[in-house]
Ligand binder design. Structure first.
Ligand code: GRF
Length: 197
């Protein structure tokens, strides 16, 4: 049984896509063991609650410094015997201690075709705004392993969609989000297979 801890900050639609894929059997032998949010208001915590999954808030302002914050995150991941850390709409830079301890076992979803429109400052609506301003004919989403950089780890899966003349950042965000919800569960299956090779 693969045990996944999911880190969130907002709506949690990617978390929901993973929970639904597990329930439908599209992702086998896998369990989300906890949801950790950087934001106490995140609707993702409500999604966890509805699914009977432990949810908790771990955020830097509640700790005296980055070390104790990182320690709390590590403790939570270990407590649930986490095999895979999934960043699903997690809006914070992941603590270095976690990246080192879970190297090769942290997956992130980003709403663009990395290496385009990613890295510092490229998140949420800003990504789609930049894609449209640049006159891109296509966009999409990327699932990648997390390393010390921002959106720089090994790419596991990408899916492209056309950008139309009429697209706004909002309409593009909606189309890309559908891609994210499709490729995230698929990427978990790919990651599992890689581990079994
Ligand atoms: C998504 O666009 C995701 O790519 C980005 O955060 C957005 C919201 O995700 N990282 P969610 O609905 O909270 O899963």
């Amino acid at each position: 049984m693969l045990r996944i801890s999911v880190l969130v900050s907002g709506n949690g639609s990617n978390l929901q896509a993973v929970l639904d894929a597990i329930d439908e059997g599209a992702v086998a032998e896998t369990r989300v063991v906890q949801v950790i949010s950087s934001n106490p208001e995140a609707y993702a915590l409500e999604r966890a609650r509805r699914h009977g999954i432990p949810g908790r808030v771990i955020r830097l302002p509640d700790y005296e410094n980055r070390e104790t914050f990182g320690g709390a995150l590590m403790q939570a991941l270990k407590e649930k015997e986490t095999d895979l850390v999934l960043l699903a709409g997690y809006m914070k830079i992941l603590d270095r201690e976690v990246i080192e301890a879970y190297k090769g076992r942290i997956i992130n979803i980003h709403p663009s075709l990395i290496p385009k429109f990613c890295g510092k400052g490229f998140y949420g609506r800003k990504v789609h705004e930049a894609v449209i301003l640049a006159g891109e004919k296509e966009s999409g989403a990327t699932v990648h392993l997390v390393d010390e950089g921002v959106d720089t780890g090994e790419i596991l899966l990408q899916e492209r969609i056309p950008v139309s003349e009429e697209d706004t950042p909002e309409s593009l965000a909606g189309k890309v989000l559908e891609v994210e919800h499709r490729i995230l569960p698929e990427a978990i299956n790919m990651w599992k297979k890689k581990g079994e090779l």
